[in-house]
Design a protein around this ligand. Structure first.
Ligand SMILES: C[S@@+](CC[C@H](N)C(=O)[O-])C[C@H]1O[C@@H](n2cnc3c(N)ncnc32)[C@H](O)[C@@H]1O
Length: 305
């Protein structure tokens, strides 16, 4: 029944045991891995489920399909996790016992030149996790106004000279539209301040977050998670960016995305989650040494009341 299709070169899972322990898996429960990727977290969940348990994986990237375990208890949904509720209903799983999300891109996506996520390789300016989506990185760079670009660079990438770079991007495309990573790198390099790797990583991260609307879909996912989790069900989220972590923290603590609790018309606050991690968990020194991607990872876990 269970064929192990592990492909560790696709992606090394981050905070694997900490996140799975956080879910406190019931062997006959229904679980969701909202970011299936290489399937490392999913395989751990399956190990803890008995014959009646179920796992529904989501990934918007069709490349993830190759990692799907051949296991009757597992279903892979190729969709954005912002459509969690609708797809769970479609798969007869209106309420679930636990949900895990390990945000961002996989190493596979990042290291595949033609996906256009990394400044280390030449390739098209793509950066879409879902290659069926309309908006590519080239569209953002060729069509956004200088104000929109500046906002994106400063909010998502904390790029210190966001205005200078935004104006330079707009000026640059007047000569020739951006098509390739090399096209974009030349304007970034000409306006770079500080250390090269850090600067480019911030700029590319900002564009990627915009292309994939990462904060918007995360908000939608969190709201829907609150609706589909059973009472006592757990939500575990691994983030890699301070804005994502803030959304997750506020949602778990306050039921909304602001620093203050969401109150009803009468000023009452109904607590929807019990915090399991008061402070976010981080990868051990050993994991951080072995997998540099884990260095910025933060895990938060909460239980639906
Ligand atoms: C960091 S990787 C997950 C790795 C996985 N936990 C593992 O152990 O192999 C994130 C994956 O989630 C997918 N993903 C990211 N955001 C998504 C979204 N909004 N909806 C669906 N899939 C998403 C990406 O395509 C990528 O494959």
């Amino acid at each position: 029944m269970k064929k192990d299709t592990s492909d560790f070169s696709y992606h090394t899972s981050v905070l694997l045991h900490e996140s799975i322990d956080g879910l406190r898996i019931k062997p006959d429960g229904i679980y969701v891995d909202a970011t299936f990727g290489g399937g490392g977290h999913s395989r751990e969940i399956l190990k803890q489920l008995n014959e009646s348990g179920r796992l529904i994986g989501f990934d918007q990237d069709e490349d993830a399909k190759r990692n799907a375990p051949d296991d009757e208890r597992f279903t892979l949904v190729q969709a954005n996790f912002s459509e969690l509720k609708r797809f769970l209903r479609l798969h007869d799983a209106n309420l679930v016992d636990g949900i895990l999300a390990d945000l961002g891109v996989s190493s596979w996506q990042f290291d595949t030149a033609e996906r256009g996520f990394s400044f280390r390789f030449e390739g098209p300016l793509d950066m879409r996790m879902n290659r069926g989506a309309e908006k590519t990185a080239a569209d953002v760079l060729n069509e956004y106004s200088a104000e929109e670009l500046q906002k994106m660079l400063s909010e998502y990438g904390e790029v210190r000279n966001s205005k200078t770079l935004a104006v330079a991007i707009v000026d640059g495309r007047a000569q020739k539209e951006y098509e390739t990573i090399a096209d974009f790198l030349s304007v970034c390099e000409a306006n770079r301040i500080g250390e090269r790797h850090k600067y480019l990583a911030q700029v590319f991260q900002a564009v990627r977050m915009e292309v994939n609307e990462e904060l918007g879909v995360l908000r939608e996912f969190l709201l829907q998670s609150g609706k589909v989790l059973k009472s006592g069900g757990r939500l575990a989220v691994i983030t890699f960016h301070s804005l994502e972590d803030r959304l997750v923290k506020n949602f778990m603590k306050n039921g909304g995305f602001e620093d203050e609790p969401e109150k009803d018309f009468f000023g009452n606050f109904e607590k929807r989650f019990k915090l399991i991690t008061k402070k976010p968990m981080e990868a051990s020194d050993k994991e951080q040494k072995e997998n540099s991607r884990s260095r910025s990872a933060k895990l938060r876990v909460a239980e639906k009341i």
